[in-house]
Design a binder for this molecule. Structure first.
Ligand code: EPU
Length: 455
């Protein structure tokens, strides 16, 4: 963007954040600094946790992303007061909580999966809850059977109808034993948010232990919950009668940090990611180093750099934490199109998370997707029926194309591909990316990317 005074810069940035189509001029390295704030996958859950309390809560480090706006709308629909006292600081007061009309819930919930997590807190507060058909990224079937099975075990009565799912708690929910078939992030959060105020003890076996979940447990502990994280993915929760509000600074968004790291590699750039935390990115950093990417850690963040010359291919298998997060693979696939040789990425968490590679192929990448995965001696975990694999052969020089953002992480990857490619690319459906990436265009502008807002 051209030089502007500060008020026209603010206007221009506001326009950028709502642009649906953007034309990028690629081929320049991304150089500079970005800041990551609170993690989408914690902040939205922390906002729901506030619903469990008898007093107000304060959440700090909240990013300006549309998934936060969705949860804010849903809380307000239930008469929870939500205000932003200062930039990134939300005050949430649940004292007036009441049931919302189905149409209002439906209107707010549209594009998110978070409404499912309202069930436990609303059952405790109001004895009833309703969730409409869920949105979220179209990266697989994304069923909610683990959630509903767990809620039934706590004593909830569940009725599915064509509008969604209605739940009732005829009496106080009671602690139970839940053995998850898979360490699902959402189902683990569901059990935590329900068990903390249930009567008696809940034992959760095969729980997810992602850093965002540990941060949610920290919040619940501040509120007065008793939660023991045992070895072997077991979490024991002793229910309490009531909880108080919390004050908490959200853990930084490691998925956004990893996305910028991959962008530095793909574009031969150099990006300092303020807020990135080494301990939450250990597995990512190992792969980054194997590929040849350079990083320097300090107290405030991590600088990610291309080493010069050619980067190396790698084999990646997505997994639950502490494995390589599924959310990291899409941006890394773009970087791997620039590696010399053949990389393999096994996706084991979602059955449809390589759809974004079609656009990369259109831009000149050589990527073959194997819908049932491929056997390899480097496998660490047994295959699941939903596994896929992508084989990326490089290096390939990417050229501009007209592409449409398919989902959140795939969308960020399309943007990195567009800024890596020679020539211009028109990227549409950009709004999808604002679900989880704060002020994306503003950050790209600061990193030296040339673009125009499209029609
Ligand atoms: N699953 C079921 N039944 C269920 C729940 C999950 O079969 O009831 C399956 C899913 O279909 C999937 C697997 O279990 O194959 C993992 O799903 P999980 O429940 O762990 O994921 P989630 O809670 O729906 C969260 C993040 C995702 C992230 C995953 C994995 C949020 C809002 N979403 O989803 O983030 O990929 O955990 O870590 O926290 C993203 O940020 O772009 C994103 C998709």
């Amino acid at each position: 963007m051209a030089q502007m005074d500060s008020s026209s810069t603010t206007d221009a940035y506001q326009k950028m954040e709502v642009a649906d189509t953007v034309v990028f001029e690629g081929g320049k390295p991304l150089v500079g600094e970005v800041t990551v704030r609170g993690a989408k996958n914690l902040v939205t859950k922390a906002m729901v946790a506030a619903l469990l309390a008898d007093t107000p809560s304060i959440l700090e480090g909240v990013p300006d992303i549309s998934d936060v706006a969705v949860v804010r709308g849903l809380l307000q629909a239930h008469a929870v007061s939500v205000s932003e006292a200062k930039d990134g600081e939300l005050h949430l007061d649940p004292r007036g909580v009441k049931s919302a009309h189905f149409a209002e819930i439906d209107a707010h919930a549209g594009s998110s999966r978070i409404p499912i997590l309202f069930c436990g807190p609303l059952l405790h507060q109001l004895g009833e809850a309703f969730i409409p058909d869920l949105g979220g990224c179209r990266i697989g079937d994304r069923p909610i059977n683990f959630h509903l099975d767990a809620l039934r075990a706590f004593g909830a009565e569940i009725e599915k109808n064509y509008e969604g799912v209605s739940l009732k708690a005829p009496a106080r929910l009671v602690g139970t034993k839940v053995d998850l078939p898979y360490p699902s992030v959402g189902a683990t959060e569901q059990v935590l948010l329900t068990a903390v105020r249930a009567k008696g003890v809940t034992e959760l076996i095969n729980a997810a232990i992602e850093p965002e979940i540990i941060d949610l447990i920290s919040i619940l502990q501040k509120m007065g919950a008793i939660i023991v994280v045992e070895p072997n993915r077991t979490i024991v929760i002793e229910g309490v009668d009531s909880l108080l509000g919390f004050r908490h600074r959200a853990i930084a968004d490691r998925n956004e940090a990893a996305s910028w790291a991959a962008a530095a590699l793909a574009t031969r750039g150099d990006i300092y990611v303020r807020g990135a935390k080494q301990q939450d990115l250990m597995t990512f950093l190992n792969i980054y180093r194997k590929v040849g990417g350079l990083f320097d850690v300090d107290d405030q963040g991590i600088r990610f750099r291309h080493p010069g010359g050619l980067i190396s291919p790698v084999v990646i298998e997505t997994d639950v934490h502490p494995g390589f997060m599924t959310d990291w693979q899409q941006p890394m696939v773009v970087a791997l199109t620039q590696a010399e040789g053949r990389s393999i990425v096994h996706e084991t968490v979602y059955e449809n998370r390589f759809g974004f590679t079609d656009a990369l192929v259109q831009m000149g990448a050589q990527i073959e997707v194997y819908k049932e995965g491929i056997a390899s001696i480097t496998r660490r975990v047994p295959s699941r029926p939903l596994e896929q694999a992508a084989v990326i052969s490089g290096p390939t020089s990417l050229h501009g194309a007209n592409i449409r953002v398919p989902d959140l992480r795939g969308g960020f990857s399309h943007v990195i591909a567009a800024v890596t490619a020679q020539g211009s690319s028109e990227v549409s459906n950009m709004g999808m990316i604002s679900r989880g990436y704060e002020h994306l265009l503003q950050k790209l502008d600061n990193l030296g990317v040339s673009f125009e807002l499209g029609p």
